[in-house]
Design a binder for this molecule. Structure first.
Ligand code: FPP
Length: 259
């Protein structure tokens, strides 16, 4: 218990130190997180995987509050991928119940923070109860004007790109669009993220160094930040570290170093 208090004090000191170093003028507009490592976190403690997912859900509050307090405009969170259906039925069922559990607990606090909830992915395939809860939250927060909290639910980057290709080809076929008119902006306009600012920073906890079919098009010039920490252990200090690291990078977008 005493050790825990010392740890917390140390962590608070680190947070304060990091927060002071952050420059409000150089904040990323749009940050995305792959919330990974829930299963391994649970396994290390001899707990079932679902305990890891619940602990992962509990991490959301601190990170959303931190992003909101800093003034980040969009926070995109990978909650369920098109590939996650391959998991055992009991785990999928549990993951499908989490949005309801989370929103029941947190919707009021998100409203107080003036947060707008959005989603990206194929909501159609989700169980009715999950869809209804999510749609209700979208509806309730749609007139808010603060940070956008964008949940990727049943999302896959390749699927998103294929959908855009299909929609664009259909327009060409019907004569609404000419092939010569297809450019990056037009393509952007057919993605789930069409109304969001460009992605600046991707954070992936858990030590995996891959993208896992997340935001494939949008990641073209985003900065990547990886940490070994499992998502349930991911704290405000890690989020601040990622932002600070982002602020120290030189983004050249294919151009050259300015002398
Ligand atoms: C990946 O960890 C995590 C997921 C597939 C689920 C992420 C979901 C949450 C953190 C809760 C989200 C809550 C809401 C409200 C939508 P993993 O299971 O792949 O971990 P492992 O690689 O260690 O097995």
């Amino acid at each position: 218990m005493e050790l825990q208090v010392i740890d917390m004090k140390e962590s608070n000191r680190r947070e304060t130190k990091l927060a002071r170093l952050i420059s409000p003028q150089k904040l990323p507009n749009h940050v995305a997180i792959i919330m990974d490592g829930n299963g391994r976190w649970a396994n290390k403690r001899g707990l079932p995987r679902i305990a890891g997912h619940r602990a992962g859900m509990n991490t959301l509050k601190e990170i959303i509050t931190c992003a909101h307090d800093l003034g980040i405009n969009v926070l995109t969170l990978f909650a369920f991928s098109t590939e996650n259906w391959k998991r055992p039925r009991w785990e999928v069922d549990f993951l499908m119940r989490l949005p309801q559990e989370y929103l029941q607990k947190e919707l009021q606090s998100l409203m107080e923070k003036n947060i707008v909830i959005k989603t990206m992915g194929e909501l159609k395939q989700l169980p009715r109860i999950t869809k209804n809860t999510v749609r209700e939250a979208l509806q309730k927060t749609k007139n808010n004007s603060g940070m956008i909290l964008n949940f990727a639910l049943n999302y896959g980057g390749r699927h998103e790109i294929l959908n855009a290709v299909k929609a664009i080809s259909e327009k060409v076929k019907r004569g609404i669009l000419k092939t010569e008119e297809i450019n990056e902006d037009l393509f952007d306009g057919h993605l789930y993220t069409k109304d969001l600012p460009q992605l600046d920073l991707l954070i992936r906890p858990s030590g995996e160094l891959r993208i896992s079919n997340f935001l494939l098009w949008q990641l073209a010039y985003a900065e990547l930040w990886f940490t070994e920490i499992f998502w349930p252990d991911f704290k405000k200090e890690h989020f601040l570290e990622a932002i600070l690291d982002y602020q120290e990078r030189e983004r050249r977008f294919g151009g050259i170093h300015k002398l």
